[in-house]
Write a new protein. Structure first.
Lengths: 167, 537
């Protein structure tokens, strides 16, 4: 089982996301995360999908997604030549006793404390997935009340394979 | 001009001659607008068959077939027909009425989320929310349906959008789709590689699929094959691309194909798949073929290449262009010995049948029938044992062989034959089905009579769902479950009820004369052939 990160440039119109996710479900492809947002050109949205499967399946995913009428371009984000980020919000139960130590762990990871309550904190952490996993691993002594992750998004380095949207 | 009138005007712009359908309140504005347009409408007897008839027509004209039905059950009934066209890559434009746009999502009478429901069976779909979008949507729909890998496109139009006024009707000259650009021309480097491999090959074989017909590449294929004397086999959807008795053609491959054709696939050192999916029914174990074989895969759909077998040389593009370009090269290869050995295999592997003389032998019947047919006749096979016998024994010359090889939808033949006959009224059209598939589309006899569509219907009657019975014979040791068709009507009464000529053939005696009578006039006929219920394909 391999994992690949696909980046799509698709029409920013209603129904696109459902067509893409529908394709994954009906062909039995595994989707690990999907994140979408509008690009600098509002006619398009950029969608990042992390999918897993054997090589033939990952190849089929690329081809079948590319076939969708609204998809302008799909590329694989090679981990060596790309920057990946995920944003994670974590609400942790705290008391007077352990608040300080949690804040210092967050500091090491350059996470931000974005909300402080008498019994909980919300931590905002951005990074690649291994950083997030490592941080969550350190929270094993704490009670995580709620966790929200955006799923991976990314860009390839340099401007060699930029798709120019000039038409 | 209303939205409905705009839709009709777009159909005129696309030179649509026939619309197959079934009205209901939600599509009534459209059916009102079409009344004086000159476009002929055909009231089919159930919506699924509207798509099948449109498919039969599309396969003859090379342009998208059009059907129009109402919302809710009308639209959902259409789905099997749409899925059939999708699996067979047949271009359709399907228009469905929808409830008032303000009521969408509130489960009102005859509301169904049809764009959601057909999502996996269409190339694309539209829910038109703004009447001004109609010309663009229609133009795009026809374009998407009939380019690249062809397929059905659905347009769902709420009744209020059909009624609204459209201010300036302007049918776009061309489509502007930023994200849809199918590859048509084959990569020159890849074509050169094919030439190189053909020169190295000793035992090359072309396997032609339905894509050859869809890209209208029949002539290009024949020219290439004859110039270099390369033998050809076909998939079920590729039958008819080569004349059955062409000296370089060796018949259908696959688990229902001819043993020598499959042997050719096994022994070839180069296989060129053209517009074929390498799907399970055609190529049993693709990985086995692959081992020592150079596999060239030509397809307009990049996702088909490598899906079922990894190709040595993949080439994306339109088969017509690529085959024509290939024929431009001087290919230095001599495959005479290979062709000779294939002919020997065919001679050594006769298909021996032991028909019971008390019945009509379907194999011999189909062969004799096809030899009596006009040179350019259109033969539509249904699904089941009748389909396999038709594939094996129908002799195609300059005619057509239509069937649903991809989806295998029972009941396809009669409505598809109706569409084909309306498209080509000057040609003979026969629909061959079993007594199971006949009863799935029997209601279309009314359509044939209403619009005077003189199709010859042949029913191979064995009182069983023969293909399933055969499967249960082998896989379940003759434990027949739910395959007995007792209770079927007397077809002579059915023919009389619809005012149609009828003939029953009980055995092979005097068959020639009977076929002459059947085919003499250009008139509808229902012909029942009694076949051995225990016969196997």
């Amino acid at each position: 089982m391999n994992k690949k990160t696909f980046q799509l440039l698709a029409d920013n119109s209603s129904g696109v996301l459902s067509r893409i996710s529908g394709l994954f479900s009906r062909r039995g492809y595994n989707i690990e995360s999907i994140s979408a947002g509008v690009t600098a050109d509002p006619r398009y949205s950029r969608i990042t999908i992390v999918a897993s499967g054997d090589d033939e399946i990952l190849d089929q995913i690329e081809k079948q997604v590319e076939k969708l009428v609204e998809v302008r371009n799909i590329k694989v984000l090679d981990p060596k030549d790309s920057v990946y980020r995920e944003l994670c919000l974590i609400k942790v139960e705290v008391s007077e006793k352990n608040r300080e130590s949690l804040i210092s762990i967050a500091g090491i990871f350059r996470a931000n404390i974005v909300d402080v309550g008498p019994e909980s904190l919300i931590i905002e952490l951005t990074g690649n997935q291994s950083k997030i996993e490592a941080f969550l691993g350190l929270l094993s002594g704490y009670t995580i009340l709620e966790l929200a992750r955006t799923g991976l998004t990314g860009l390839s380095r340099g401007n060699a394979d930029v798709v120019w949207l000039d038409d | 001009m209303t939205g409905a009138e705009a839709i009709v005007k777009c159909l005129k712009e696309e030179k649509v001659e026939y619309v197959f359908g079934y009205p209901g309140v939600a599509i009534c504005p459209f059916y009102d607008a079409i009344l004086d347009s000159g476009i002929k409408t055909i009231l089919i007897r159930t919506e699924q068959n509207a798509a099948h008839s449109a498919s039969g027509m599309a396969r003859l004209t090379g342009r998208p077939g059009v059907c129009a039905v109402t919302s809710g059950p009308g639209a959902t009934n259409l789905i099997t027909g749409i899925a059939t066209a999708f699996a067979d890559s047949i271009p359709l434009v399907c228009i469905t009425g929808q409830v008032n746009s303000e009521l969408i999502g509130s489960d009102v009478f005859q509301e169904a989320d049809i764009t959601g429901a057909v999502e996996s069976f269409v190339k694309y779909s539209y829910l038109v929310k703004n009447v001004a979008d109609i010309p663009r949507v229609m133009k795009e729909a026809f374009y998407i349906a009939n380019t690249g890998r062809k397929g059905p496109v659905l347009i769902d139009v709420p009744i209020d959008v059909q009624q609204q006024k459209i201010r300036d009707f302007d049918y776009p000259e061309e489509v502007k789709l930023r994200t849809y650009k199918p590859t048509v021309k084959g990569n020159v480097l890849q074509i050169k590689k094919i030439v190189h491999e053909l020169e190295r090959a000793k035992r090359p074989l072309i396997c032609a699929g339905g894509g050859v017909r869809l890209s209208n590449a029949k002539e290009e294929l024949r020219r290439l094959v004859e110039e270099y004397q390369i033998p050809v086999v076909s998939t079920m959807m590729g039958i008819g691309v080569m004349a059955t008795e062409h000296p370089l053609y060796f018949g259908m491959v696959g688990n229902n194909g001819f043993p020598w054709a499959n042997r050719a696939m096994k022994e070839a050192d180069l296989i060129m798949m053209v517009g074929a999916r390498v799907a399970d029914r055609a190529v049993n174990q693709p990985e086995r073929i692959m081992k020592d074989t150079v596999l060239i895969h030509i397809d307009v759909d990049p996702a088909e290449i490598g899906k079922n077998a990894g190709a040595t040389i993949p080439i994306v593009g339109d088969a017509k262009n690529i085959l024509a370009e290939l024929a431009e090269y001087e290919i230095d290869g001599d495959y005479g010995k290979w062709v000779e050995s294939l002919r020997t295999y065919r001679g050594e592997m006769p298909v021996v049948r032991h028909p019971d003389p008390a019945f009509v032998d379907p194999a011999e019947f189909i062969r004799k029938l096809s030899l009596k047919l006009q040179d350019n006749a259109i033969y539509v096979a249904d699904v089941g044992q009748n389909q396999i016998w038709s594939c094996k024994y129908h002799v195609v010359r300059n005619g057509r062989f239509l069937t649903t090889g991809g989806m295998g939808t029972m009941g396809y033949s009669i409505p598809a034959a109706v569409g084909a006959k309306l498209a080509r009224p000057e040609r003979q059209v026969v629909a061959v089905c079993g007594d199971g598939s006949f009863q799935m589309s029997m209601m279309e006899l009314a359509t044939m009579q209403q619009y005077r569509v003189p199709v010859k219907i042949i029913v191979l009657k064995n009182n069983y769902l023969g293909m399933v019975r055969q499967y249960q014979h082998f896989a379940y040791q003759d434990r027949y479950s739910v395959v007995d068709l007792s209770g079927s009507p007397d077809l002579s009464c059915i023919a009389a009820a619809y005012g149609m000529k009828f003939m029953r053939i009980e055995n092979m005696e005097g068959l020639e004369d009977k076929l002459d009578t059947l085919l003499k006039e250009d008139e509808a006929y229902l012909c029942e052939c009694i076949i051995d219920p225990m016969d196997l394909v």
